[in-house]
Write a protein that binds this ligand. Sequence first.
Ligand code: PLP
Length: 367
Amino acid sequence: MVGRKISWWDPEIGDREYELVRDVLARNFPNEGRVARQLEERASALIGSKHAVTSTNGTSALYMALKAVGVGVGDEVIVPDLTFIATANAVDMCGAKPVLVDVEPDSMNMGVESFTNAITEKTKAVIPVHVSGRSADIEAICDAAGEKGIHVIEDAAEAFMSKKKGRCLGTFGVCGCYSFSPNKIVTSGQGGLVVTDDEEVDVRLRMLKDQGRPKRGTGGDDIHESIGYNFKFTDIQAAVAVGQLEYLEERMKRLRRNHELYVEHLSGLDGVRLYEFDLGSGELPLWTDIYSDRRDELDEYLMRLSIDCRRLWHPLHMQEPYRMPSENFPNSLDCSRNSIWLPSAYNLSDDDVLRVCESIRRFISGQ
Ligand SMILES: Cc1ncc(COP(=O)(O)O)c(C=O)c1O
């Protein structure tokens, strides 16, 4: 049954964003200013952090967080082998070395044991990634890292408003980094955010994003106290993100509903395994991911029915810049080859999700 196209993800821009962007343009202040500040205040209130700092994108957010805790040349930073490559690239931007570790087969996230096994005297930080909004083993990783004086920077790019035991992911480590790219629950086109409770880190983040200036100036007779760069946001983008926040509750509800329908209709089906979310703990399934040892066939079958999915990333150890032998990464290799993200957008209807489930059931039963 080929029906209307079901996208894996589609962002949505509403009337409110147009209104807010028009206001910014009418005020003739398209640079980072009071709307970006408003976004930071709203985000830190929602997330429950003392500070929030906007940035150009999630990659620069990670880079700034690493730099703010002092990661530099000669340091090692432990990252999961199965993640979007930005996690490792942000480490490389600091001149440090990303050390790849295998992931847990049930969550596709870094577990505490693989983290502790990879620690050396050069380890300065660790970046647990919350893939699809599912929590990595964050409490155990923070405890183990704390004992060794290792900084925890959470890659919460996919976990905005996702929680563990009621506490937002991104607030367990010294910094949490989010992305506002188009396939996230809130988008500003491109955009990023770092949250922290640490006053000094907040000051360093603000200097890093603005040419080492502790205070915004004129661009003329300013005092630059340290090396910094330009990762400023713009009020145009911030206006889009602030507008998006108005639909946040509704979108969160819909994402949970999508996932619940998938669980209801796909659980127990031979040949398909859903990666679990702990909804009771507050985890927010941004994207529903499944494991199938006929993943490629399933993807092609669904594509013919106008149902778009997204295959998992290749493990980092198989990407040219980070190439290594596969023997230490059996789980990430297996998950990468056999997992796929099902249509997960917040604008899907029940009927859309049910059509995906029905199509998967037909595929499995060979009809
Ligand atoms: C896990 C993860 N880390 C980092 C990023 C980088 O974020 P951005 O694309 O905003 O730079 C993404 C992007 O989507 C991501 O999924």
